[in-house]
Design a protein around this ligand. Sequence first.
Ligand code: CS2
Length: 454
Amino acid sequence: MRLSPDTLDRLPDAVARPGYNRDKTAIGIIHFGIGAFHRAHQAWYTDACLNAGEGGWAICGVSMRSATVAEQLNPQSGLYTLTQRSGESAETRVIGAVREVLVAGQDNDAIVARLASPDCHIASFTVTEKGYCRQADGSLDFERAGEGFYPLLAEALAQRAEAGLPGLTLLSCDNLSGNGRILGELLRAWLERNDAQLAEWFARECSTPDTMVDRIVPASAATDLDDLADALGMRDEGAVFTEPFSQWVIEDRFAGPRPSWENHGAQIVTDVTPYETAKLRMLNGAHSLLAYSGLDAGHTYVHEAIADAELRELTDSLMREEAAPTITAGADQDLSAYADALVARFANPALNHQLIQIAMDGSQKIPQRWLETLAAHQRDGQQCPAILTALAAWLRHVRGDRREVEDPMAQELAAAWESAGTEGIVEAMFGPGGLLASHWQPTPSDRAFVTALL
Ligand code: CS2
């Protein structure tokens, strides 16, 4: 037996289900990148709005890379369960917000039609850092962008402009600093190259608010799905597993209507920056440290790495001594309490969050997680030993001689190692003109510190 509208009433009583008429709910949101994170985060908030009686906010998910999610969710009419896990306790509910999953490259006409429909008000994104197709200098890589969401969005916006429909709110929910501003600038560059008039319409009628999203959602493991099937008495191929904690901070800059996410825990604010900076530099910065240094030390999961005294100390230094002092906290932010809470979340043994998952795509993550912190301290002439230690672990990781490197720049990174060698690699990566050149320029002492660890 499999989860679907027909089998919903055979679930155990303890499993909550959608209390609204799914068939009558119009699709108001098109979401690009419908992985586990979206299902456990934005779709969960939206489901709460639908349960509270708000109409018009069903989600059409777009899978950017493969048909797998479509195969998991479409036979279930978009239904899936979300299980919150902490220690020994687990709580499962059915989420009904996702109506259908379309596949980019396969269902392009349908995706454009959903976006161009008068019912649609929001296009949202969790396409990961690399999905924005930025070059090292931050500008749009037009060639790669042509394979991504840009042409679909451009076509749909052109149809909306032509039909005299209102613009859309484009909501980036990825871990980039200034994610909304970045999305706005890149899309504008794409439109300007192809249709200057449409670029003007976009600037006038659409908006791209910044957001900070936070919930730890490991990829669902086959054993999780099997155990869940035993507990539910039916299979759910689209199930997601996450922690109880969730946070969503959204800049109050919408082009049109939106769900009342703030009634269900989201924060709508005038400036997302302090939340986003703290999250990227502390949570994600620590995550990447645990990933590379933890793999090096032979660990598999985040909860194992944080239980390792040496790594715990490095994580504490990175968060409290290196990242926190670079953040101008908002009135309601206590960065020391934030660091305590993060360590407790990392220690959750029920999540089985794989370090190798976090280690993916380091070239896209490191700039906003580590390099901005390094640059801020460099201005005061200070060194960041914890981040430099993590940086050395990342460099060893991308040398590629231990395990396969999953990174869009894997080839360039390996080639840099090949030509620069141990003595030159720090400069080849981070020096002027380097692959990841940034506001942080390694000093001779930084270089010596990292090189000694390679
Ligand atoms: C992680 C994030 O995979 C990664 O790079 O650091 O996905 C992290 O789990 C989320 O940002 C938590 O909100």
